[in-house]
Design a protein around this ligand. Sequence first.
Ligand code: ZN
Length: 269
Amino acid sequence: MHELLDAFIFCLGAIVGSFPNVCIHRMPREESIVSPPSHCPRCNAPIKPYDNIPILSYIILAGRCRACKAPISIRYPAVELLTALCFLGLWIFYAAAIPMAVVAIMFVASLIVVIFVDFEHQIIPDEISLGGIGFGIAASLVYPPLHGVHTWQASIVRSLAGLVVGGGIFWLIRIIGTRALKKEAMGFGDVKLMAYFGTLLGPALILLTTFFASLIGSAVGLTLIASGRARLGSRLPFGPYLCAAAVIALLFGNQCISWYLGKLDMKTF
Ligand SMILES: [Zn+2]
């Protein structure tokens, strides 16, 4: 029975994974994400429902449009598979707390959109960051255990504190960085994204996210510079590192904080 439910969650992830694909393609182009229905970007032929099965259709069609044989980007099945694996992974990780699994799944689905759009277009869609702030506050109201508390009042305080801390830190970094570098150091999209993360993670985990993101960002940046693929001061999309850091903070942040506080305790006593 467990396996059947797991398989269902995986399939649900693959189906939902079609949605980030639509967002990734249409949001940066300012197109509606609901209409027109899916069509081939080259010949405009509408995609038949039987050719729109996540992951499988790509394999059956050998990665080409049925009408004009134009190649279909590998990104489509890849995002569907990634979303399906995330759904299944989070479902198993949060087995004991289904509402937490649902919030985490929606959170990670939105991050998949951010990662791909930011890599390709260096923008973070407002639909995700500002829409996400609404989602984060609503989830905190409905499900206080998200912030480890029992009342919606305490939960909303932590959610708003997370918003202010996350958005505030990055707003400051943006101002200081822009002054120091005499050019835009960081997009305002990153500020809004961190405000969104803050509403779900709260003030402590959003600080940890900032710490992890700077570690990941420096590691990737230094690797790129060392391998000659970027120069000091070239603009790197920061969104994907923020997303990776936020997922680590969501899954393991509380353990990291207790472990760190435990170490401090041992030193003082
Ligand atoms: Zn076509």
